[in-house]
Write a protein that binds this ligand. Structure first.
Ligand code: NHR
Ligand code: GAR
Length: 208
């Protein structure tokens, strides 16, 4: 059984989608822990209710980014994970942390990368007049939101959209592509080749 650790900062709906898909679809994997950088992350309640170990490593308790990263790595290593999943995790991680979990650290970002890395993606996409947006699952590298892409969803922008409506439509697709991407990883169906990620059996890596 592969061991999955999920890092969250807030609501944790992507974490929930992964926990539920793992249980319902009988993946050869188990979510062994959910770790948050905020004690008030709502997703911690769901994890506790489902008997998943939780931990909190507060960035505010550490004087430097390196100190926080080291404390977080300590908590993650204690879970001996095969895969570390960032699910709405809102702290940028340093090169040491990222290097430690190279090839087994995934993120979902709510834009069609390489467009709109960083924060406030839906607002920026609306301001730019985009007609389609989406979400991207990628392996994490030291360069923010630039790692090898596993899967993307494509979502239409409606003329009446505001940030809330658009982000809700994108989020619904995140709950499809993130569990599927994690499933592929734990089933050994992903091959990273430089900047590209291929599915070994040629499954579609786009969700429309
Ligand atoms: N770390 C690395 N090295 N590479 C990535 O690709 C990462 C990462 C850490 C988190 C998630 C990410 C996203 O998908 C992620 C990807 C936080 C920020 C940010 O600016 C940006 C991107 C992402 C997460 N965070 C502020 C900071 O100073 C804090 C913002 C806050 O606390 O609300 O760390 O979008
Ligand atoms: C999701 O839309 C995720 O893509 C985004 O935050 C939301 C978290 O929701 N992630 C980022 O913006 C990373 N910087 P969730 O906590 O309900 O999964």
């Amino acid at each position: 059984m592969k061991r999955i650790v999920i890092l969250i900062s807030g609501r944790g709906s992507n974490m929930q989608a992964i926990v539920q898909a793992c249980a319902e679809q009988g993946w050869p994997a188990r979510v062994v822990a959910v770790i948050a950088n905020r004690a008030d992350a709502q997703g911690l309640d769901f994890a506790r209710q489902h008997g998943i170990a939780t931990a909190v490593v507060e960035h505010t308790a550490h004087g430097s980014r390196a100190g926080f990263d080291a404390a977080l790595a300590h908590a993650v290593d204690a879970c001996a994970p095969d895969l570390v999943v960032l699910a709405g995790f809102m702290r940028i991680l340093g090169a040491d942390f990222v290097g430690r979990y190279a090839g087994r650290l995934m993120n979902i970002h709510p834009s069609l990368l390489p467009a709109f890395p960083g924060l406030h993606t839906h607002r920026r996409a609306l301001e730019a007049g985009c007609k389609a947006v989406g979400a991207t699952v990628h392996f994490v590298t030291a360069e923010l939101d630039h790692g090898p892409i596993v899967m993307q969803s494509v979502v239409p922008v409606h003329p009446s959209d505001d940030e809330d409506r658009l982000s809700a439509r994108v989020l619904a697709t995140e709950h499809v592509i993130y569990p599927l991407s994690v499933r592929w990883f734990v089933e050994g169906q992903l091959r990273i080749d430089g900047a590209r990620v291929a599915h070994t059996a040629g499954a579609s890596q786009i969700w429309i």
